[in-house]
Ligand binder design. Structure first.
Ligand code: ZN
Length: 92
């Protein structure tokens, strides 16, 4: 058994699509930055589960909930796209 935050699965599922739509840098740093901001703004969905049960839960997610998650990822992507902190680090 595992303790998992299902919200991480949900955000991980949609983050790549949102980032490519925004047309921003899609490196690991930006991806994790977007996920961190989105996850801080979304309610955690902790559950005790095994992998199979988690997968079923992800599939059962309703449309309104999914749109809410995508909206938060989009906001986070716009914040990261504006800041893009990693560029400064790479240039020094
Ligand atoms: Zn990047």
């Amino acid at each position: 058994m595992k303790l998992r935050n299902c919200m991480e699965e949900y955000v991980g599922r949609y983050v790549d699509g949102v980032m490519s739509e925004v047309g921003m840098c899609c490196c690991d740093k930006c991806r994790y930055d977007v996920m961190a901001i989105a996850l801080n703004n979304l309610p955690p969905q902790y559950t005790v589960t095994n992998e199979g049960a988690l997968f079923n839960k992800v599939k059962a997610m309703d449309n309104h909930f999914r749109m809410h998650i995508i909206a938060e990822i989009t906001k986070a992507a716009e914040i990261v796209n504006r800041d893009a902190k990693h560029y400064e680090k790479e240039e020094k």
